[in-house]
Design a protein around this ligand. Structure first.
Ligand SMILES: Cc1cc2nc3c(=O)[nH]c(=O)nc-3n(C[C@H](O)[C@H](O)[C@H](O)COP(=O)(O)O)c2cc1C
Length: 376
């Protein structure tokens, strides 16, 4: 394990030696393999729960299917159960799942993850106002909303405390440089007032008030454009207790997506990365390609919507089916889909391993620590 100068992440009784959370990446991009590899390095490895049952994942575990059927669950949830069980067999580290609030099976998915004994649930792309309802007595799952403002933290905490008598275990604040769906308007994405560096102190201050009110320590984890170990040091210096990183983990051998998906990251330039209007109803940062330009010209309109997977998806008017597009990309068929990517994705030059990436980040962090703290 690498040295983070005692700046690991404490999440209630979970004590992580490394202040890094791997951001959930759907569909399928962060599955058991990536999550277990990150957990092995002392970070939180996160499986994305969205759309797992839509893929060709083999359902080999008959117990899982039987249990899911008994509970009237869908294939998405039974595959998630299987994915969590397998990930747990692969690592003794800390594992989380990322569940989009906008998916139609949000509450049932969260409940299933709790039943499987997942360590942490991260919930974003919407406000997880009633997430604590998924908890069971004696369970140990931590609940972490993903927000994009101090206002979001205040609103969720108020609701959870008044309605559910539950205080969030941490918050992830995601800035506008992140990959995937963004909690900002197109104008805010470009506005320096919404930079992660501006958001972190605001969220830390707001969360400080909740801590004072409740007596609970609530770490703030910040993500969106965090790229080097020096970035990690800088974000922690602003009051965050950890960082969430996703884009960098795509270009690893362990990332669950097809090699063509990873290679698209390695090959891309800054100009290839752009903002799209996702059918989900949010802007998203993606690797622009022929598929997206055809969709923009109205050439990719889906004929039917077989899944009804996203509550906020304007199915009739959607320029394409986002779950089909993301699944194609996961399988490396980028002609029929596209890849989400963070604003710094163009800096990736090679595919590495999760261990080497952690080693590099820790060395850069160490250098920054030496320059800033040892001289004091
Ligand atoms: C390929 C990809 C897929 C993503 N999918 C999801 C998702 O399903 N749910 C979610 O909350 N965030 C998603 N994100 C956002 C990440 O979890 C993360 O917060 C963000 O990308 C961090 O910024 P970075 O990529 O610059 O490190 C995705 C990001 C990428 C790059």
């Amino acid at each position: 394990m690498f040295d983070w100068h005692g700046k690991g992440l404490k999440l209630g009784d979970l004590k992580l030696p490394t202040p890094i959370v791997q951001g959930g990446m759907g569909i399928g991009v962060s599955g058991k393999r990536l999550a277990a590899a990150v957990a092995d390095q002392g970070g939180i490895g996160v499986i994305s729960a969205v759309g797992l049952g839509f893929m060709g994942t083999p359902l080999t575990d008959t117990d899982v299917i039987a249990q899911a059927e008994k509970n009237g669950e869908t294939r998405n949830i039974s595959v998630l159960r299987q994915e969590i069980r397998k990930a747990k067999q692969m690592t003794t580290g800390v594992l989380g799942v990322n569940i989009m609030v906008a998916i139609s099976e949000f509450a049932q998915t969260a409940k299933a993850a709790v039943e499987e004994g997942i360590d942490v649930i991260f919930a974003g792309a919407g406000l997880p106002l009633d997430l604590p309802e998924c908890l069971k007595e004696g369970g140990r799952t931590k609940l972490v909303p993903i927000i994009s403002s101090a206002k979001g933290a205040k609103l969720i905490a108020k609701r959870w405390i008044s309605r559910h008598n539950y205080v969030p275990d941490a918050f992830v604040v995601e800035g506008p440089m992140a990959g995937g769906h963004l909690g900002f308007s197109k104008e805010q994405i470009e506005d320096p007032a919404y930079r992660l560096e501006a958001l972190v102190p605001q969220v830390v201050e707001e969360v400080g008030k909740i801590e004072e009110q409740t007596g609970k320590t609530i770490p703030v984890i910040a993500g969106g454009g965090v790229y080097t170990g020096a970035d990690i040091y800088r974000i922690l210096s602003l009051g965050a207790s950890g960082v969430q990183m996703a884009t960098r983990f795509v270009a690893t051998e362990e990332c669950d997506a097809d090699i063509a998906f990873k290679q698209a990251y390695v090959n891309c330039t800054k100009e290839d990365i752009g903002i799209i209007e996702s059918p989900v109803g949010l802007p998203g940062r993606a690797l622009m390609n022929g598929f997206l330009s055809e969709a923009k010209q109205g050439l990719r309109h889906p004929k039917v919507c077989p899944r009804h997977c996203i509550i906020t998806c304007g199915e009739e008017n959607a320029p394409y089916c986002i779950s089909s597009a993301l699944i194609s990309a996961y399988y490396g068929k980028l002609d029929n889909g596209f890849a989400f990517i963070g604003a710094n994705g163009y800096r990736i030059k090679e595919i590495t391993t999760v261990e080497k990436l952690f080693s590099e980040l820790a060395a850069e962090f160490d250098e920054e620590f030496a320059q800033n703290e040892r001289v004091r």
